[in-house]
Ligand binder design. Structure first.
Ligand code: BGC
Length: 354
């Protein structure tokens, strides 16, 4: 079978190669890959900046955003041939740390977790893949076109859950949320924000193309002006930051409402320096009981709530997030080039028949 692979830390090494078909071990499903989603992490791995191959392997099979159709499933697994499934990205560390032992592997404390398609485990970017039944998530059969959005949705489901848990340390009744960045994570965060009944605003730089319309279609408000002006006017109760842009991160911290919550989800590269009024920022956070938290990855609960969020969303709206579908044969190019600012989500078609 064909698989999309890379030699981690070697820029220019992304290639579709032939590899042996996988054999499902006990307790595993054999799955026909339908789609693999591409995100910033994949671009970073392709550029040689991130990612680790499994022990003893040179190449890593890419793909942590998945969707496939079950070919075979162990009896009693709850899955059957033909079911749509998504594979979970992370596996707990072997120690395991307290968080991993409690099933909260998204909060792993010793960094020895592994991740499919990213860190020491082959991903889902191949024509066939296997997954432990316990790490497979059932997808509503009506979501064959858009179920590949489940993994990024799990990441924002976690972010919102974290915001709620932090907020509930005291009286909590948020009204207004601002999402910064209208990429897939930002738009899916806005979707869940509207599902939670919040007044949602989204800030991005682009002034045309599908992003403003997609935000409006949610009943949310799109902003493309100066970030500081938008923050000052809105004074949001919650900010979901989905750009990783340093300047915006600090502005978000400075302009929330009293005991505002800023949840950072964007991974930025190190080395960007900014002059910051550290005293002023500290004063603001203390005097307003503000919280800034980082959120990454997702555990099984978050995948399940993401599946509910996707099933409740407008299917056409979700389909419009997928702006580019490329065949597996062209995937290496899709990973090493960045699309236009109108591009939202690129997916790789793994199956000839879909
Ligand atoms: C994935 C997460 C993963 C993170 C860090 C993200 O792109 O969605 O599941 O934990 O990268 O590797």
């Amino acid at each position: 079978m064909r698989a999309l692979t890379v030699v981690p830390t070697h820029p220019g090494s992304v290639a579709v190669i032939d590899v042996p078909d996988p054999e499902p071990a006990e307790g595993q499903l054999l799955v026909e890959g339908l789609f693999m989603g591409v995100c910033g992490t994949d671009h970073e791995i392709a550029a040689g900046d991130y990612g680790t191959a499994p022990q003893g392997a040179d190449r890593l099979v890419l793909g942590h955003e998945s969707l496939g159709r079950v070919r075979s499933a162990p009896e009693g697994s709850g899955f059957a041939e033909g079911d749509l499934v998504v594979g979970v990205v992370r596996r707990p560390d072997p120690v395991p740390c307290g968080a991993c032992a409690a099933g909260h592997f998204d909060m792993c404390r010793n960094g020895r977790y592994t991740e499919r398609g990213i860190k020491e485990r082959h991903g889902y970017g191949s024509e066939l893949w296997t997954v432990e039944a316990d790490y497979a998530i059932a997808v509503n059969p009506g979501l064959a076109d858009v179920g590949v959005l489940l993994e990024p949705t799990s990441v924002v489901a976690k972010a919102w859950e974290q915001v709620r848990r932090v907020g509930e340390r005291s009286w909590f009744s948020p009204q207004r949320a601002l999402v910064t960045g209208a990429g897939p994570i930002g738009l899916l965060a806005a979707l869940i924000g509207t599902q939670l009944g919040l007044e949602v605003h989204v800030l991005d730089r682009v002034t045309s193309g599908p992003k403003p319309e997609l935000v409006q279609a949610l009943g949310a408000t799109y902003h493309d002006g100066s970030a500081v002006d938008v923050f000052k006017t809105l004074t949001p109760d919650v900010v979901i930051e989905a750009t990783g842009a340093g300047q915006l991160v600090f502005e978000a911290m400075a302009y929330t409402a009293s005991y505002g919550i800023v949840c950072l989800t964007g991974v930025s590269s190190a080395g960007h320096k900014l002059p910051v009024d550290a005293g002023g920022l500290n004063r603001e956070l203390v005097l307003e009981n503000d919280v800034v938290l980082g959120s990454v990855n997702a555990n099984l609960e978050h995948y399940r709530s993401a599946a509910v969020a996707l099933a409740a969303a407008d299917r056409d709206w979700l389909a419009r997030l997928i702006t580019r579908r490329v065949p597996l044969a062209d995937a290496a190019e899709a990973l090493t080039t960045t699309g236009s600012s109108d591009d939202i989500k690129t997916v790789v078609r793994l199956s000839e028949s879909d």
